[in-house]
Design a protein around this ligand. Structure first.
Ligand code: ZN
Length: 325
């Protein structure tokens, strides 16, 4: 639609210039014909591939299952970066209009294979999986905002004025040195750097599909300071999730963006003890994420959540039509 508007504008300017050049002609220049209305765009589907709380889990933990009456050896093998990468690639192949997003806690509280190297391996892995937008989670602040910005922008970890020997070790595995930083965008709409009054990281990112822009707003739970060591959140203010999203809607609408997805590091639980991984038992009633979603502007089309580690991939409708998780 933007391209159509530009073409129409060019056409009108051309007519006006011609009229000036023909000023001796007594006949008035004909009024420009109105630009034809663009044909209505045919609806199409965008595949949003989302996951959360990776926590540096580069290696498979082995088998996993909710039902403890099933012997460990009989539970299915799960997890690990290779499986995740293959699964994401398989999903992407199903629809070229796709986007890979995260809902935070991709680093921090991670096993040694990632933590020892300041979680640089996990970020390099996400770069290669094709992650595009990621909400910050509470664990993204475990080492403070300066370290988070380094992981976003790249460069080596400095310890005591010298490069830390466990940072920028990419040469041993074939990744760039110095550390390349996250190719995906961490988003922190509700995390304000008090020194600037601005979000620490971008509030949202956009991706365009068939000429239609889609916005992805990213944020963490407002209560992050209550679960992160004070030094990790020094100089930061964490604002209300729903109010933050709703305040951004006019800006996005003014930019011609009608499709809005929220990536938020906050979650809930199904009500059953052995929840169906694809179920939504209890409809997340009473959970923090349900409370947030119920306050979101109707302009929001979808919410991808995390934080609470429930085994569910369900889409759950909340009280108000058009909202789902
Ligand atoms: Zn979390």
């Amino acid at each position: 639609m933007n391209q159509t508007s530009k073409l129409a504008l060019t056409f009108i300017i051309f007519i006006a210039v011609s009229a000036c050049g023909d000023s001796d002609d007594p006949a008035p220049a004909p009024a420009p014909a109105p630009a034809p209305a663009p044909p209505p765009a045919a609806p199409f589907a965008v595949k949003i591939i989302g996951f959360n709380d990776f926590h540096g889990s580069l290696e498979s933990p082995g088998t996993f299952g909710e039902n403890t009456s099933v012997p460990v050896a009989n539970r299915p093998p799960v997890g690990g970066a290779e499986f995740l990468a293959a699964h994401v690639a398989r999903l992407k192949a199903q629809n070229s209009n796709n986007v890979v997003v995260g809902a935070g806690d991709f680093i921090g509280a991670s096993p040694l294979i990632s933590a020892l190297f300041f979680d640089e391996p996990s970020i390099e892995t996400m770069n290669r999986i094709g992650l595009e937008f990621n909400a910050v989670g509470n664990h993204e602040f475990d080492k403070g905002s300066a370290e988070l910005l380094r992981l976003q922008n790249g460069g080596c970890k400095m310890t005591g004025g010298a490069q830390d020997p466990n940072s920028c070790r990419g040469a041993s595995v074939g990744t760039p040195v110095p550390f390349e930083g996250a190719k995906f965008k961490w988003l922190s709409a509700n995390v304000i750097a008090t020194a600037t009054g601005r979000p620490l990281l971008p509030a949202y990112g956009t991706k365009t599909f068939n000429g239609v822009p889609v916005a992805f707003i990213g944020m963490t739970l407002r209560a992050t300071p209550t679960i992160v060591t004070p030094s990790g959140v020094a100089g930061l203010e964490f604002r209300d999730e729903a109010q933050t999203v709703n305040a951004l809607i006019p800006e996005l609408r003014a930019a011609g963006i009608e499709s809005i997805v929220v990536l938020v590091h906050e979650g809930g639980f199904q009500s059953g003890t052995l929840s169906d991984i694809n179920g939504c038992e209890g409809n997340l009633a009473g959970s923090a994420i349900a409370g947030i979603v119920s306050k979101l502007d109707n302009a929001v089309d979808a919410v991808v959540s995390g934080h609470t580690h429930p085994r569910t991939t369900a889409s759950c409708r909340t009280q108000r039509a058009g909202r789902f998780r």
